[in-house]
Structures are given as structure tokens and as C-alpha cells.
Ligand binder design. Sequence first.
Ligand code: SF4
Ligand code: SF4
Length: 306
Amino acid sequence: MIGSLNSIPELCIWRQVENRFLILFIPSMKCQLHCSYCGWFQNLKEFGGDKLEVGRDLKWFEWLVAFNPYRPYTLEITGGEPLLYSDFSDLVAHLPWLCNWSVTSNTLLDVSNITNRNLNGWTASFHFKEKKRFFDNCKILTRSGMKPSISMVVQPDRVDEVEEYVKEFTEQNQSVNLLRELNPKVDWRGSKEWNRLELIRDKYPHVNLVDDDSIPKVYQFPIFDICTAGMNYFAVIGDGQVFRCYSDLVRGESMGNIFNFRPFTEPQKCGKPCLGCATDYRQKKWNEKMILEVGHDRQQQIITQM
Ligand code: SF4
Ligand code: SF4
């Protein structure tokens, strides 16, 4: 889904998390929809993560044990479609004190038994399919104290269609985050479609265009020498395999299993493309903060030691 993010169609909306573990939790790598612009499946295919062998899903109580050493933590739950995980409602209902969660979901599966306990935010990503069910589920969530924030991925050739939906959401007093498609061959730089989106944003009070910091304008990614991912942020999939970040997950490069891996105690070298997941993008900010904290000399020392 993530954040993303944009081609990464499912954006993890940032939430400020200080002095706690941020766990990007992907309980299901599958999705019942097959969106043509899906950045998740595109990236897995492109970078090799689709070759990962994935075992059985852990049960909700196994996750509570697995996550326990990282309390207090925030779960950023995404996918694939996270509601395909059969223990979803049990897991979020049993999160311990001071731990919280947020989710990005296409919001088309059953949401009636999900608790709002410790919820940070629900992002409902709309994918032009099953509109009635989507709206019905948004109403159920709102009644249960989980009013979702709606996001849509905009493909350059669907701007008119998007505006129609924006009108409809606006009539229902719903705000909408528009995420530009981020896939090979898509280039928003100086495009008339981007200008159109800016006009739509200016015309409708509840529309937000997600900015360049979260979604690149073209399918190109920055490379950082060094990064704090794997220290207080990591990604984990349904069978417990842990990855330093979303990007390493998409590359299929695991750090081990949730029951036996050890988070890094120090920033580590990276040097690989930092892909379009909003959670990884936040690393950019943490990296800047880390450079401020350890200083450039220490940063260089770490790089040369590796
Ligand atoms: S709903 Fe999200 S994860 Fe599923 S196919 Fe569409 S874009 Fe991909
Ligand atoms: S720089 Fe990006 S790709 Fe590299 S470890 Fe950090 S989050 Fe992952």
C-alpha cells in the first residue's frame, strides 16, 4: 500500500514518533486489487523482493511477544492489503500500553470489528473500485471514532476522473490527499497535468497535493551514504522476516527474523537507492538529525570503517 506511497500508492502519512521504535508492519504482501499503477508490486518485481520465500503468518499473540522488546512502539501497518491478515482486529485490540498503530488500507474488506484503541490514523486509499463499499466502510469507521483520511493515486491520464471523485468527496465533507503516480516512464516535471492538479487543489478546500519530499516527480531515487534505519526503525513482514527499511524489503535483503535479529546500535552505511516509501523518506530527516548529533567527522569515520 505506503506509503506510500505513490507509485507507491498507499502513503504512510507521517506521524511524529520520538524515542520509540517505528515498525513498518506488512502483515500481508498480497492484495485483492490489481491496480495498474501499483508501486508495491512494481517495486517488488523490479528490485527482486518478489523472489522472497514467505512462510506462515504469525498469529496476533506471537506478534505481541515478538514486538515486546521494542516497547513503546508505533506500528505503521501497510501492505499489500493489511486487512487480508486474518488476525488484524485481534492484534490491534491487544497492543500494550503506550504502543499505537496507524494503517493504510484500501478499506474494502470488513472493518466492523476493528477497535479504535491506540489508533493514530486510518488512511483509506481509494482505487476507483467498489465506491459504495468504500464509502460504507468509511462511514462505519467514522462512527467508530476512526474517521479515515482519504488518499488517491493520480495517474497523469486520469486527472479528469480524479476531479470527479474529488467533487464527490468534497460534497461529503471529506478531505483527500492526492498522490502522484510514481512509476517508470511517468514524469511530472513541468507537466500540464501537475498544473491541473494544482488548480484542483486551489479550487477544492479539502484537497492536499502530497509534496515533493514524499514522492519524487520521476522514478529516480536518492542515495545516502549512511542511515539510521535498522536502529529505531525497521520493516517486518507476516512471517517475521525483518528488513532494515522498506527499500531493503523491496530488494529482498533481510536482517533476520523478528525473534532473533538485533537492531543496529549505530548508523550504518547504505549507498543504495532509497526508494519511494514515505517511511524511508522520513529517514532522510532522521539522517539529517543524526548527522547533526554525531557530527560529520564521526559520520565519515563510520563510512570508512565499513
Ligand atoms: S490497493 Fe494498493 S497494494 Fe493493492 S494493488 Fe492497489 S495500489 Fe497495490
Ligand atoms: S538510506 Fe534509505 S534505503 Fe538506505 S537504509 Fe536508509 S531508508 Fe534504507
